[in-house]
Write a protein that binds this ligand. Structure first.
Ligand SMILES: [Zn+2]
Length: 510
């Protein structure tokens, strides 16, 4: 379809129109609180032209789509909808059916009213879990297909995707990021969009093969800088060196109790089905051969981890990053309580999610005043007990900051109302309204916290924090505190996973 647009007084002739939409969520189905329309609206849903505007210049799949279109000059991208920032993120459990229907129908309606499209790019996650819909990403693509008909639809996914053949049956191409910390979303978006454009032009014929090796692993052991995750991604890249256009590996998201949970390999080639099958089978077999290594290593429990952190700080290995990998609700108090019990000094806990406590602090004190408040420990018994805090209010008000690390440099974070309490001994706790994962150090100056004198930074993150902190931390200590995202998956009660999946399916546990 030929369209014209006058841009900066130049006449641009578009020969191709590509729609762009995003609807994504990583659903921890073990968390207590469902994910609703209100959560997405509060997090910020973008529509129409806003979708492209918001992503331009920021590392993301959609910025990759934009770059691919700009390489061509005659490709017009049309933003439809971006619902990818639900309030509380992964601390939200099953999406309500109403929520899923609202945004999928909005995407479909947006596509119908946007006129003829030559193709669609969908930035999804892959670990969305929806009440009454077992394979939500496949369903999203089906609804998009219903709106646009027989044009290529290409999908990008997170490395934590849980997928199976239902998705590859309905999508023309699936592209999964290869890094954790996720620093290649833009590159993956670029690859997907180039493939889509070439397919629309008739220069490329995407064919896919998919395998499920039957292995599920905790997120904390999936970092791609380390064995075995690194070796698996290298194996996938080897096949790309041997002619496959893109070989995707998702390690899966273990904290979603869904039937397609676990690792997935999808090989995509230009018309060569046999090569796709060989590549997918090989990488799948390789994952299976490394399954025991993938089950992980021992991580110190709370007391031991905090002891190690204090020792490292005394040895001058500062700052020490103390990473609680298992808190999925955000309100866990185990590490804070243990730091206080062991008499740690010069620490900051980032963060405890507790909107009620922020409101209470606001009612009873101003910045500079002392306040007593019960903090955290409310969402789930594994979050630990609430901690009684008596501290000076150091910050109280809305917090916005701009990411400065490789994962999301330039992206703005709006946290809502935040409190920082000073506990004495140069100790501080940041209280946020919801779960907040620290992936760089931009939040601290935004809250008036000077990291220069801080020895221990206790955060809630599994692997993402490494992208920034691996270069600036004196020591990194992971802690296996109680939580809904444990390293030992046998602690979780699954109902929907396949019997055969290693190592937690019924077959392996009996
Ligand atoms: Zn992920």
């Amino acid at each position: 379809m030929i369209r014209q647009k006058i841009l900066n007084s130049n006449l641009i002739i578009y020969s191709m129109r590509i729609a762009v939409a995003s609807f994504s969520h990583e659903t921890c189905t073990f968390c207590p609180r469902p994910t609703t329309i209100e959560d997405f609206e509060r997090g910020g849903v973008l529509r129409g032209g806003e979708v492209l505007k918001a992503h331009r210049g920021i590392p993301s799949y959609i910025n990759g789509f934009i770059k691919a279109a700009e390489e061509e000059g005659d490709v017009e991208l049309v933003g439809i909808l971006d619902a990818s920032r639900s309030w509380g993120g992964s601390s939200g459990s099953w999406l309500t059916r109403e929520c899923f229907d609202k945004y999928t129908y909005e995407i479909a309606e947006g596509l119908r009213s946007a006129g003829r499209m030559d193709g669609v790019l969908l930035a999804l996650h892959g670990a969305m879990a929806v009440e009454g819909c077992l394979k939500p990403e496949a369903e999203i693509v089906r609804r998009v297909r219903g709106a646009v008909g027989d044009v290529p639809i290409m999908v990008t996914l997170d490395l934590h995707a849980n997928e199976d053949h239902e998705l590859t049956d309905v999508a023309d191409g699936v592209f999964i990021i290869k890094t954790y910390p996720h620093v290649d979303s833009e590159q993956t978006g670029l690859k997907a969009a180039r493939c889509l454009i070439a397919t629309v032009r008739g220069e490329f014929k995407p064919v896919m093969a998919i395998r499920k090796p039957g292995v599920i692993t905790p997120s904390v052991f999936q970092g791609t800088d380390f064995y075995p995750a690194k070796d698996i991604m290298d194996r996938a890249r080897e096949w790309e060196g041997k002619g496959a256009y893109y070989v995707s590996v998702a390690f899966g998201f273990a904290y979603a109790d869904v039937p397609d949970v676990g690792a997935t390999v999808i090989a995509l080639t230009d018309g060569d089905k046999e090569l796709a099958e060989r590549a997918a089978q090989d990488v799948s077999d390789y994952i299976w051969s490394l399954r025991e290594a993938f089950a992980g290593r021992r991580i110190p429990k709370t007391r031991e981890g905090v002891e190690q952190a204090i020792r490292a700080a005394r040895e001058g290995r500062r700052p020490v990053i103390l990473a609680d990998h298992s808190d999925r609700t955000g309100d866990s108090t185990h590490i804070l309580r243990e730091l206080m019990a062991q008499g740690a000094e010069n620490f900051v806990v980032a963060t405890i999610a507790d909107e009620r406590a922020i409101e209470e602090i606001s009612r009873r004190a101003k910045v500079g005043e002392r306040v007593e408040v019960m903090l955290g420990g409310y969402a789930h018994p594994l979050s630990g007990e609430p901690v009684k805090i008596s501290g000076i209010v150091e910050y109280l008000g809305p917090c916005e900051y701009i990411h400065n690390g490789p994962m999301a440099r330039g992206a703005k974070v709006r946290l809502g109302k935040v409190a920082v309490l000073g506990l004495g001994l140069n100790n501080h706790v940041i209280v946020t309204p919801t779960l907040h994962q620290i992936i760089d150090d931009a939040i601290f100056p935004a809250l008036g916290l000077n990291l220069k004198n801080i020895e221990i930074i206790a955060i809630k993150s599994r692997v993402h924090f490494r992208a920034f902190f691996k270069d600036v931390a004196g020591a990194i200590i992971e802690v296996d505190a109680p939580g809904l995202g444990p390293a030992d998956l046998t602690q979780l009660e699954y109902k929907n996973i396949p019997d055969e999946i290693y190592p937690i399916g019924r077959k392996w546990r009996e």
